[in-house]
Design a protein around this ligand. Structure first.
Ligand SMILES: [Zn+2]
Length: 61
C-alpha cells in the first residue's frame, strides 16, 4: 500500500511511520525545525531522513 510522505508529499511504498522510528533523534528534531506542523507519528520517507542526515546534527543550512 502506498503512503504519502508528509514532508515531501511524494507517495512512497515504505512504511513511513516505521522509518521515523528508526531515525535518530537529532534527525527528527531537524525535520521538525523545518516543518513545525509535522508530527513524528505521521512519519517520513527514507529519502527525507537521508536528506536531513546529510545536513548534519548542527543543521548547517
Ligand atoms: Zn519524504
Amino acid at each position: 500500500m502506498r503512503k504519502e510522505c508528509p514532508i515531501c508529499k511524494k507517495s512512497v511504498e515504505e512504511d513511513v511511520s516505521k522509518i521515523c522510528q528508526d531515525a535518530e533523534d537529532w534527525i527528527i528534531k531537524a525535520i521538525r525545525r523545518s516543518h513545525p506542523d509535522w508530527v513524528e507519528k505521521n512519519g517520513t520517507c527514507s529519502k527525507c531522513v537521508d536528506y536531513y542526515k546529510k545536513q548534519g546534527p548542527s543543521g548547517c543550512k
